[in-house]
Design a protein around this ligand. Structure first.
Ligand code: SF4
Ligand code: SF4
Length: 128
């Protein structure tokens, strides 16, 4: 998951992810496939991930197809929202199946605070 290189001074802290979802807004898709594999259009899910192993086959196939056809943004732009992001509820549609990188991205952690600070500065309407 990419993070913004901004100062963490005077950052807002929140107790949970309710009504946030900012760290899902530039993921493109759940990170089950390595960058090098996706750039060569060869799907290579991380089979050792328990959450991948537990995912229903239909959801795996749907995700692999999405990744296969995924067009990364041009000119080094950030990815758009994760395909599993529920914009209306600002949360993950398949929270129980999210990859390890999403589980490890802790609320109140450095990356979380940097992203929230970036949005507070550049997209304040998102946080209101
Ligand atoms: S981890 Fe942080 S940035 Fe991500 S949804 Fe939760 S509060 Fe928002
Ligand atoms: S898999 Fe879920 S938690 Fe992870 S980036 Fe996508 S929407 Fe967010």
């Amino acid at each position: 998951m990419k993070s913004k290189s901004t100062s963490t001074n005077e950052l807002p802290t929140i107790p949970d992810c309710d009504s946030c979802g900012i760290c899902c807004l530039h993921m493109g898709y759940p990170s089950y496939v390595t960058t090098s594999a996706s750039s060569t259009n060869q799907t290579a899910p991380l089979q050792d991930e328990q959450s991948w192993a537990n995912m229903p086959d239909s959801l795996k196939q749907e995700l692999l197809l999405y990744i296969e056809n995924y067009q990364p943004p041009a000119n080094g732009e950030l990815d758009g929202p994760c395909v599993w992001y529920d914009a209306a509820r600002r949360c993950c549609k398949h929270h129980e199946h999210r990859p390890q990188v999403c589980r490890d991205f802790s609320v109140g952690g450095k990356g979380c605070l940097e992203w929230r600070n970036h949005y507070r500065r550049h997209h304040p309407s998102y946080l209101t």
